[in-house]
Design a protein around this ligand. Sequence first.
Ligand SMILES: [Zn+2]
Length: 309
Amino acid sequence: MSEAGTSENIGSQPLAPTPTEIEAGGWRITTLFDAYFRLDGGAMWGVVPKNLWASMTPPAEDNTIRMAARPYLAERDGVTVLVEGGMGDRWTDKMRSIYHLDRPRELSLEGSLAALGKSPEDIDHVVCSHCHFDHIGALVMADGDALVPRFGKARHHFPAAELEAARTPHHPRRASYRADDIEPLIEAGLVDWNEGDTQLLPGLSLHQVGGHSEGMTVMLFGEDDPGTPTAAFWGDLIPTSHHIQPPYIMAYDVDVPRSFEMRTKWLARAADEGFIGMSYHDPERPFTRLERDGRKYRAVDVPEARPRQ
Ligand SMILES: [Zn+2]
């Protein structure tokens, strides 16, 4: 039974997944972990019929499906990058219960970093695909009555449109944003913003795709080294290894035609260029490649992924 104590009645949940690593263009990319939680299967699958998605992501009695919030650690040439910011622990009992949040310390972002011998001070850059609470919630922590940055030495990189959305009280997706996840980082002077296509660091480029949210951004690792695989962090463009046909668009997405256009483009690139895909919300498969399967795609395992040495 977990300390969070809200989801033990719904299926068995493995504790502390083994850290798994890949290499992509000189980057060593390792799985971290922050939480398991559950979202409504219908919302996660949009117009896809339940009799199709239920076999891929089996729902519980309340129609929720199991999700991960899984950040990654990327290291190259002495630079340490945290990819995505977890769900965090600043949740009321009511919200923990709605989301079946399961986040004992051994599964948390800070716990999974400690298991690799890393402390929050080791992080040089935090890069986030967008600013929904399940992607940045662990970047700020409570210190008495105050909210303070967890990664106080890191530059925090967010898409500009996401910063604006998180700070707009009447945004149509206001339920997905919390200004408290952002303001303490801005006050501490730790925030940088990006737009469009950007080279953030050597071997790390950002590509704003929109669709799911205005600023939704994909990260490519190692594209500068054609001799090795490129790794793609999808954010919520491709939230799980099952959301791999272009029309499998979540009901949360603010711009469905844009999501379809970008998913069509990036799924094809991933398959044709052999990207190692990183799906933040997939509870079982942290790394997958895509293969063409007639007019569709299928996700396959990445044989070079191995437990971190
Ligand atoms: Zn998400």
